[in-house]
Write a protein that binds this ligand. Structure first.
Ligand code: ATP
Length: 511
């Protein structure tokens, strides 16, 4: 997998998917804008999440809470006190890193190197690869990586920043950029953005831009419960912006300072949380695969160390061009959040269970996925360069974005083969009809070959051409983006043909 991120970012910009924010002022770190194609792609993904979550589950309802909330919310949630990342600067390269990521990636490199060496050695000695794991565990680098991870987890747990500084020095962890092992002491950094509510500066109240959407769900729990008349188990889903002043916002839209989350908190009876945790793990993995992410590029990664209130936590990771990374978190969070808000607000956040005849604070299973990370996953998996036949019988390199048809920004393109009135008239009539049902583009400029290529790069799954034969018998060709096959169909059947191929309901039914 050789696609590099810079190339993908350049492609995304050129095609109008994603732009650096405020580019005429040289941009601003970690903020990106979605262009005309990007906004469609993002909305389509969000819509399929919403439909699968809210529409398909009679016990899940939606919410759209404010970005600014009462400041006490973030005291209760623990974010004021504990939403910190440890950061460190390299003295030579002047680059800033999150220490946990720095050590984690170093440990990963050690493991990868150990594995390569062991595999090579075993092949040479003719040993069966089943013994790889045993052999690997004996390798010095592998053992060192394990030790590093354990020490990292311990220091993070205890928020012991000086232990982290010591670890960097003792283990001689190098800066990936300069190779230098000269580090500043580790410092902590709160990731929440703050602003002021009210016009008079000294009376103004400090408020925060929410760093996650989940708290809106917890705080509105009693109102939703009352108005939607729900029975445990039930869920509340929300899509919205979240803000984190990330220390290092790198890797394109993977780590942004303003991003979008799609979260669902599922409230269950205490004692049933393990069942629901497994249920949601399976459901969420299936959703990603159903939307076309390749099974071999997805995996679960259980958290090495759990927050004290958590019963279990896992990430769904996707294989990006820079390795496996988190796209979604699934967490079994006990009654921690509701209890904390009950304690800080003095309000009861309980559920009266009629069948049990008593009240309790429900336990929570959370599913939390980053919409921007999903966009990046689909773009990086879909981006393909391959040889394709030309109209003249030759071969040429084409860039094609192989997106699932339901999330393609433009689903159908309509082309008159040539720019003549009778072709144009028929093509426009078809376009005018189809745009009530799908996202459709019409284009008459350039040769048909160039138009096909142009829409391949936009990820358009179907291109319909009005040609000479259309004028005789009212049939048109439908060209498929991925296999380049063309079928000829009567114009009157196009709408239903596309409906079959772009049916959200069939997709939902098969989920
Ligand atoms: P990471 O370890 O990568 O910082 P996290 O564990 O802090 O992520 P969560 O708090 O679990 O992330 O947030 C849930 C989801 O929100 C993540 O799985 C990710 O998809 C998304 N997300 C979190 N931070 C960012 C960010 N800075 N930019 C884009 N998406 C993000």
């Amino acid at each position: 997998m050789s696609l590099d991120l810079q190339k993908l970012a350049a492609f995304a910009k050129e095609q109008g998917f994603i732009f650096p924010s405020s580019e005429i002022y040289e941009g601003i770190g970690g903020i990106y804008d979605y262009g005309p194609l990007g906004v469609e792609l993002k909305r389509h993904i969000a819509d399929l999440w919403w439909r699968a979550m809210v529409q398909l589950h009679e016990n899940i309802v939606g919410l759209d809470a404010g970005i600014l909330m009462h400041p006490r919310v973030w005291e209760a949630s623990g974010h004021v006190e504990a939403f910190h990342d440890p950061l460190v600067d390299n003295k030579v390269s002047k680059k800033r890193y999150r220490v946990d990521t720095l050590i984690e990636e170093y440990a990963q490199r050690l493991e990868d190197r150990a594995q390569k060496e062991v595999e090579k050695r075993m092949q040479k000695a003719g040993l069966p690869l089943e013994r790889l794991s045993d052999e690997l565990h004996k390798h010095e680098d592998f053992q060192r990586a394990r030790r590093l991870r354990a020490q990292l987890a311990k220091a993070l747990d205890q928020k012991d920043w000086s232990a982290l500084t010591q670890l960097l020095y003792e283990e001689k962890i190098p800066c990936p950029e300069s190779g230098s092992t000269e580090w500043t002491p580790v410092r902590q950094f709160n990731l929440m953005f703050s602003t002021h509510l009210g016009a008079v500066a000294d009376e103004a109240q400090t408020v925060y831009l929410r760093p996650e959407t989940a708290q809106g769900i917890f705080v509105d729990f009693p109102l939703v419960l009352k108005t939607a008349r729900l029975k445990v188990p039930f869920g509340i889903a929300q899509i919205g912006k979240a803000f984190r002043n990330e220390i290092v916002a790198r890797q394109f839209i993977f780590r942004m300072r303003e991003f979008e989350q799609m979260e669902m908190q599922f409230f269950v009876q205490p004692g049933t949380e393990d069942h629901w945790y497994h249920e949601w793990k399976a459901k969420r993995l299936r959703w990603h695969q159903h939307l076309g992410l390749a099974p071999e590029r997805l995996r679960f990664k259980d958290h090495d160390h759990l927050a004290h209130y958590a019963r279990a936590a896992t990430d769904i990771e996707f294989l990006f061009p820079f390795g496996f990374r988190e796209i979604e978190g699934i967490h079994s969070r006990t009654d921690y959040d509701l209890s904390r808000h009950a304690q800080y607000s003095g309000k009861k956040l309980e559920y009266y269970d009629e069948t049990l005849g008593r009240s309790y604070i429900p336990y929570v299973i959370e599913t939390s996925v980053g919409l921007d990370r999903l966009v990046l996953a689909h773009l990086s998996q879909g981006y393909t360069e391959e040889m394709a036949p030309t109209a003249e019988g030759g071969q040429e390199l084409r860039t094609v974005l192989k997106l699932h048809p339901l999330i393609a920004p433009i689903q159908v393109a309509v082309f008159p083969l040539v720019r003549k009135a009778e072709f144009i008239q028929k093509a426009r009539a078809l376009y005018d009809e189809l745009r009530f049902y799908f996202v459709v583009a019409y284009e008459e400029k350039d040769s048909i070959g160039r138009r096909y290529r142009r829409y391949d790069a936009k990820g358009t799954p179907f291109a319909i051409t009005i040609d000479g034969q259309t004028l005789e018998d009212d049939t048109v060709t439908v060209r498929h983006r991925d296999n380049l096959q063309q079928v000829r169909l009567p114009m009157s059947q196009i709408r239903s043909y596309l409906m079959d191929n772009l049916s959200v309901s069939s997709w939902l039914r098969a989920l």
